[in-house]
Design a protein around this ligand. Structure first.
Ligand SMILES: [Zn+2]
Length: 487
């Protein structure tokens, strides 16, 4: 497993899901003949797992949670009043379920979106005294243009190589547009995570590369799989030694428009982006423990991230992940079951633009890492789950076969050895904690990801319940496993 570089971490922002090919994963689904595994789970545990699965498929608790987070609280960008409201809400809900709840403090970046408008003010064939509106948004961490905006010629490149080939002479003083296409075919083949990682490096590193060559602003083609003229936001990651220039994302349609006009002659754009970076602010991870009856000190984390981007209402990214994690605790309590190990529900803060929640938790709990039995994260939307990603030793697969047989009835029996089960739990998995996530159908996830259309209607209640079943069954199985994992 190759070490997670900083660039890799940037790619992981908002891609808690693993970069997984479902086509490849299907080859390793469990064998149809049950193998005797009495040493792994007791007959009572197996019976309780079936009860939990059936209860999860019938419950609307997770849907009500994500509905509250997205409709009643709304966008939850790190540092915002809504993010704090969401912290208080989830803490109260977990307390109501009977969990021991802690708010663990951390410091978070506080970036606030401002005005964001653009227009082409010179282009071949334009009617006199007209402009063409360009639909765009600022990227997270972007610095501002002057309040009245800036006007400059646009140069279009496909990738970093084309930018370097242009060199300083042709880039200095210009607005650079990276017109790198998200690979829709790849996404249609259930490899959306791979398509995302290819394209997202222009979002994270484009402004740094363009700034180093003297550009006055950097724009990308939105990283997403559908053309509804929606800009997709996400984090930009300035390197410390590069000049900071404004960074934005235009819609796929506007990228095509600009690229076509630039081939015909000079294109100049007026660009206004007025975001602000305020001082770092205190915030919290919400942590709720359902104490284990036999090994309370051993912990299974079940998690999603509570913060979201601000354009939509953070339903699929990642209200859904928080909601299914809360559902695991709800169902175990409702069925009056008692796990042997502690199930710890965590709603992480700041996955989208800093990962402060995951990093702070790993630091604060460093001495207890050996007691972190496993960590799960759900951060790939709410699409139908196909099985479980496991990021631990390959021999752990046999531990999951009995679980996969239970999940087979809701179509989630694939077991996939994965590298990165989730961004927030990555500081823990790097320390050797076995990591898990549901494998989710992500073919349409990037159509809405980080856009104004990440809203509750994108969640199919039954599919959310199927995800809750995978998360709940996996968490309870891990909590009652008769022996530890290979790690
Ligand atoms: Zn996310």
């Amino acid at each position: 497993m190759k070490p997670i570089t900083k660039a890799r971490m940037a790619i992981q922002f908002c891609l808690g899901m693993v970069l997984v090919s479902i086509a490849a994963a299907q080859e390793i689904s469990p064998s149809p003949t049950p193998t005797p595994t009495p040493a792994l789970y007791s007959p009572q545990t197996l019976s309780e797992l079936k009860q939990l699965q059936q209860a999860a498929l019938k419950s609307d608790y997770a849907y009500r949670q994500v509905a509250h987070l997205s409709n009643n609280i709304g966008p939850r960008l790190t540092g915002s009043a809504q993010a704090q409201k969401a912290v208080d809400y989830v803490a109260a809900e977990l307390k109501a379920l009977g969990l021991e709840v802690q708010l663990e403090k951390l410091m978070v970046p506080h970036w606030v979106r401002g005005e964001e408008t653009a227009a082409l003010v010179e282009f071949p064939g334009m009617a006199e005294n007209t402009t063409q509106k360009i639909v765009l948004c600022a990227l997270g961490s972007s610095v501002a243009t002057p309040a009245e905006g800036l006007t400059a010629e646009v140069v279009v490149v496909r990738d970093f190589d084309e930018l370097e080939a242009l060199g300083k002479d042709k880039v200095a003083g210009k607005i650079v547009l990276f017109n790198y296409h998200f690979d829709k075919q790849m996404a249609a083949q259930s490899r959306a995570g791979d398509a995302y990682s290819q394209a997202v490096k222009y979002r994270s590193d484009g402004a740094t590369a363009a700034g180093r060559l003297g550009a006055v602003a950097s724009l990308i083609r939105s990283v997403g799989g559908a053309e509804f003229r929606l800009p997709h936001t996400g984090q930009n990651d300035y390197k410390p030694d590069a000049p900071k220039i404004p960074a934005g994302a235009v819609t796929a349609e506007d990228a095509d428009l600009i690229a076509a006009l630039v081939l015909q002659g000079t294109v100049r754009m007026h660009l206004v982006l007025t975001p602000q970076t305020l001082p770092d602010a205190p915030s919290f991870n919400v942590i709720g423990d359902l104490k284990g009856a036999e090994h309370p000190e051993q912990v299974i984390i079940v998690s999603g991230h509570l913060d979201s981007w601000d354009l939509g209402t953070g339903a699929i990214d990642d209200g859904a992940g928080v909601a299914v994690s809360m559902e695991a605790a709800n169902l175990i309590q409702k069925l009056h079951l008692r796990p042997k190990r502690t199930i710890r529900v965590i709603a992480w803060m700041n996955e989208e633009n800093g990962l402060a929640g995951g990093k702070t938790y790993a630091n604060d709990h460093e001495k207890e890492i050996a007691n972190h039995f496993a960590a799960m994260e759900t951060d790939g939307g709410a699409g139908h789950p196909l099985g479980i990603n496991y990021a631990t030793k390959p021999e752990a697969k046999t531990f999951f076969e009995p679980i996969a047989r239970i999940l087979q009835s809701s179509g989630a029996s694939i077991l996939n050895l994965a590298e990165h089960p989730g961004a927030d739990i990555s500081p823990l998995t790097k320390l050797g904690v076995p990591g898990f996530s549901p494998i989710q159908d992500n073919r349409y996830y990037f159509n809405y990801h980080h856009t104004a259309a990440d809203t509750l209607d994108k969640i199919v209640p039954q599919e959310l319940a199927e995800n809750a079943a995978v998360v709940t069954v996996t968490a309870y199985a891990l909590a009652n496993l008769e022996k530890p994992f290979p790690r």
